[in-house]
Design a protein around this ligand. Structure first.
Ligand SMILES: NC(=O)c1ccc[n+]([C@@H]2O[C@H](COP(=O)([O-])OP(=O)(O)OC[C@H]3O[C@@H](n4cnc5c(N)ncnc54)[C@H](O)[C@@H]3O)[C@@H](O)[C@H]2O)c1
Ligand SMILES: [Zn+2]
Length: 670
């Protein structure tokens, strides 16, 4: 190869890997497997070692893969947050062990830990109090996500105990348990939102959200595994782990102290299968030299410590045959293709189906009928198809054609410009949409109607008693028909009718969520209800007005407009109003407690330790103060919490508006 060719190859690898880093860390949606990524990175490393003259400063071998984002305050790490060298084979571990022995002799121990598959987080504590939480970012500086991290129950806000330094950083991995992942991802699918591919992506997407109240609804967890302090009182990593546990931090109980590399290999082997029984994902084992003095002797490379390495388990994969592709219709009409596979044992379970997400995925795989496909199940819950084995493709196999008509009602499908998902537009006549919509309305998170379950809805639909949500409230006029149904005793009918009657008390935001408007999930419904206060204002709002509401983007706004543009929907709402459902938020009457804030105006921004924003608003109003919607020269105070948007802060500073804390505010009314 000529010098030019090599340089081209290096350039191409650098560009490609940087793009993958971006997809993985920024977008939380990687397009190649970790294994392939790591192989390409090793290829680049080898080329750079051989031809250092072509080493690019922006090469992914020279820095950790993440970046900082402009949505958060940037914080410099006192101790850089590094990556870890990794390998997929035992020989590399034996080589690693040899290198260590050469540098520090035979007398040392290893600590083996599970390699949690989440995102790393640096927590700073001062005098036992959590000061801030920062993402790894580019390794030297990261995003300040303190407000979001404070929602994690297993991260203590205060710690105390013996030998605790007055100032320290503690690092760990934030992750999501499988159960929470499945529950929340299913909700996303039901709301017509893009599901996350795995718990890691979900956790990482959650930590970077702007609204901490929303973060609080997504349960995250965290294991801690590194202590850093100028006054570190411990001699070994192991001792530090035991100590931080006694101070109140959550550490993994599975870590193990090993005397030699054989014990390490045994530990790795023991987790190869056991890992599938954990309630969270791990992608390998981390091996660390235990003694701090020896760690120091070994030092670092450009992006990782020489005293540690990770052994990564290859995601479990197996070949099987694609029997057929079927299509499911969701309650919003969204079509999800599913690969039906010849059953095969993988990672301890029998796999029969794999998700295909949408037409783009089928296109990407270039799926043909009866293809032999490689199916992967990492720790992940839903198996997915990685690739097709072209050698096994049957002669004359037909390409899988995405369906053009709804499998349930035959209506031609539509796919909006730039969208990945196909929809069945026949919302009034497509059975799974009709039933799904009513099931959604009665569900716990929406109207929470007792005495009527998903199956009952199905039965009532089949008997012609239920086709629209509003007909739920007419069931009471159909008692004779209800009584004639099998397994429908008088008692259960009464329970159901009682539950239906009670649901009329549900607040507007629940009714709005219950309507099942595409992209309007529970949180969005809450925000819309709060902003517009009643259905009339909401239904008349323009795109511009909708976007002004907190967290409402163009896609949601357009979906709301489309919904209200449909006369059928307006008719349905009229029926529900007639039935007595709530279509406006209840204004709480302000009871004046004092006049101490009268004549003063406030803007509340950020997240607060002791009160919700809503509570602070009440406190201000009940003491005679006024809430303004934006920062202007006439504003008296900006009440600022954690994680406030930088643009607000900048504006307030420019206009010299006094910025006060939650406590300052409370002092003003005493
Ligand atoms: N598929 C893709 O497109 C793509 C793109 C970029 C990166 N990746 C994957 O991500 C890896 C690189 O990510 P990385 O730099 O975070 O390195 P890494 O995942 O190989 O290892 C370092 C990380 O491990 C985590 N970790 C978990 N448990 C730990 C423990 N007990 N002790 C210490 N650390 C622990 C920490 O967050 C640490 O930052 C690559 O090897 C690749 O597999 C994939
Ligand atoms: Zn249909």
């Amino acid at each position: 190869m000529s010098g030019n060719d090599i340089q081209n190859q290096i350039n191409q690898l650098v560009n490609e890997l940087n793009q993958h880093n971006y997809n993985y860390y920024q977008l939380a949606s990687p397009t190649i497997s970790d294994y392939d990524f790591d192989q390409k990175l090793k290829q680049l490393e080898a080329l750079e070692a051989k031809y250092p003259e072509y080493l690019r400063p922006d090469s992914p071998t020279q820095k950790v893969g993440g970046e900082i984002t402009k949505n958060f305050t940037t914080v410099q790490h006192k101790w850089p947050m590094m990556s870890l060298g990794n390998t997929y084979n035992e020989q590399d571990l034996l080589d690693f062990d040899q290198r260590i022995k050469k540098a520090i002799g035979e007398n040392f121990q290893y600590v083996c830990e599970l390699k949690f598959d989440g995102l790393s987080m640096s927590l700073t504590y001062q005098d036992g109090q959590l000061l801030r939480a920062v993402t790894r970012g580019d390794g030297t500086k990261g995003d300040d996500v303190t407000a979001n991290i404070k929602t994690i129950r297993t991260i203590p806000l205060r710690v105390h105990g013996e030998k605790m330094p007055s100032y320290f950083d503690i690092r760990g991995e934030v992750f999501m348990h499988h159960a929470a992942f499945e529950r929340l991802n299913n909700e996303r699918i039901e709301n017509g939102e893009m599901p996350f591919a795995n718990p890691r992506n979900f956790a990482s997407g959650t930590v970077k959200m702007q609204d901490s109240a929303e973060v609080a609804k997504r349960p995250l967890d965290c294991f801690l595994y590194f202590l850093y302090s100028d006054e570190n009182p411990f001699k070994t990593h192991w001792d530090s782990l035991q100590a931080v546990k006694s101070w109140g931090f959550k550490i993994s109980e599975e870590s193990k102290l090993c005397d030699n590399i054989q014990q390490v290999l045994a530990f790795i082997a023991s987790w190869e299968q056991k890992r599938f029984q954990l309630s969270y994902d791990i992608d390998g084992i981390v091996i660390k030299v235990n003694s701090y003095a020896q760690q120091q002797e070994l030092g670092f490379t450009a992006k990782s410590p020489r005293w540690a390495i990770s052994y990564k388990y290859k995601a479990q994969e197996v070949e099987t045959i694609l029997e057929k592709v079927t299509y499911q219709v969701g309650r919003t009409g969204a079509i999800t293709p599913v690969a039906n596979l010849k059953p095969v044992l993988l990672a301890g379970t029998t796999v029969k189906r794999a998700t295909l997400h949408n037409a783009n995925e089928i296109e990407r795989l270039d799926l043909h009928e009866k293809d032999t496909v490689l199916v992967e199940k990492g720790g992940e819950i839903i198996p997915k198809i990685i690739s097709v084995n072209l050698d096994q493709r049957l002669p004359n196999a037909q390409k899988i054609q995405y369906i053009q008509n709804c499998p349930e009602c035959g209506t031609p499908l539509v796919r909006a410009e730039g969208e990945a998902v196909h929809y069945c537009p026949n919302d009034e006549g497509c059975p799974p949409q009709i039933v799904g919509r009513i099931q959604h309305f009665i569900s716990r998170k929406a109207m929470n109607i007792e005495g009527i379950g998903a199956e009952t809805v199905e039965t009532l639909y089949q008997r012609g008693l239920l086709k629209h949500i509003s007909e739920i409230y007419e069931l009471k006029n159909h008692e004779p028909e209800l009584k004639s149904l099998e397994r429908f005793g008088e008692k259960s009918i009464n329970n159901m009718l009682l539950g239906i009657e009670k649901s009329k008390e549900m607040p507007f935001e629940k009714v709005l969520f219950g309507l099942g408007i595409r992209y309007v999930g529970a949180t969005v419904a809450q925000k819309l209800a709060k902003h517009f206060k009643n259905i009339d204002a909401l239904s008349k709002a323009s795109l511009e007005e909708l976007i002004l509401a907190e967290e409402i983007g163009g896609r949601i706004a357009q979906s709301v407009i489309d919904y209200f543009a449909d006369a059928k929907h307006l008719e349905e709402i009229a029926q529900l109003k007639q039935a007595g459902l709530r279509f406006e938020t209840e204004e709480k009457e302000v009871v004046l407690q004092s006049e101490s804030l009268s004549g003063k105006s406030f803007v509340i921004s950020g997240v607060f330790e002791n009160h919700s924003r809503e509570q602070l608003k009440e406190i201000i109003e009940s003491n005679g103060g006024k809430i303004l919607s934006g920062i202007s020269a006439k504003l008296s105070y900006l009440v600022a919490g954690d994680n406030m948007g930088p643009s607000k802060l900048e504006k307030a500073n420019k206009l010299q508006i006094p910025i006060i804390s939650e406590n300052d505010l409370l002092q003003m009314i005493q």
